[in-house]
Ligand binder design. Structure first.
Ligand code: SME
Length: 150
């Protein structure tokens, strides 16, 4: 992991140890404030009964997308695939829900509790093609830790 991400990952671990399930909001704020290409950071939770995602804690501009049907948008695609999804340029993605006109790219990471997909970490960027394998590795690590306290 690059050194900046290692330092942030250590802070995330401390937040999770201290605040358990209440750490999600401070984690959103920590990531948004410290990674310049993370402009909206938030969680969505799976609801298999309604087949929709419900918004959880987030940092960034208010969004209309508080409930997203499985299959709709980038988050809805991850709800069905269960796999991470990076969209380098949202203008090329047909199945996309715009949160802000400033958003140029997005990464969505699934969060599993054991075998079950329970939530997602969604990050929007104002920069085109900003997400690398470093981001994916870093965020996967965070999602694994968060899974322990959900
Ligand atoms: N862009 C997402 C919707 C959530 S907002 O980015 C906060 C999507 O297409 O699923």
């Amino acid at each position: 992991m690059n050194p900046q991400y290692t330092a942030l990952a250590n802070q995330v671990v401390l937040l999770i140890k201290k605040h358990k399930a209440q750490s999600l909001q401070p984690i959103c704020e920590l990531l948004k404030e410290n990674v310049p290409h993370y402009n909206w950071v938030g969680f969505y939770f799976m609801n298999d009964e309604t087949k929709s995602l419900k918004i959880g804690p987030y940092a960034g501009a208010e969004t209309d997308h508080v409930s997203i049907p499985y299959g709709t948008g980038i988050c809805g695609q991850v709800a069905l695939s269960g796999k991470p999804l990076i969209v380098k340029d949202v203008t090329t993605e047909d199945n996309y829900l715009a949160c802000s006109i400033e958003t140029k790219a997005e990464i969505v990471m699934p969060i599993y509790k054991g075998e079950k997909l329970v939530a997602q970490l969604d990050i929007d960027s104002h920069k085109k093609n900003p997400f690398t394998s470093h981001d994916q590795y870093f965020l996967k690590q965070i999602c694994d830790w968060i899974s322990e306290v959900l």
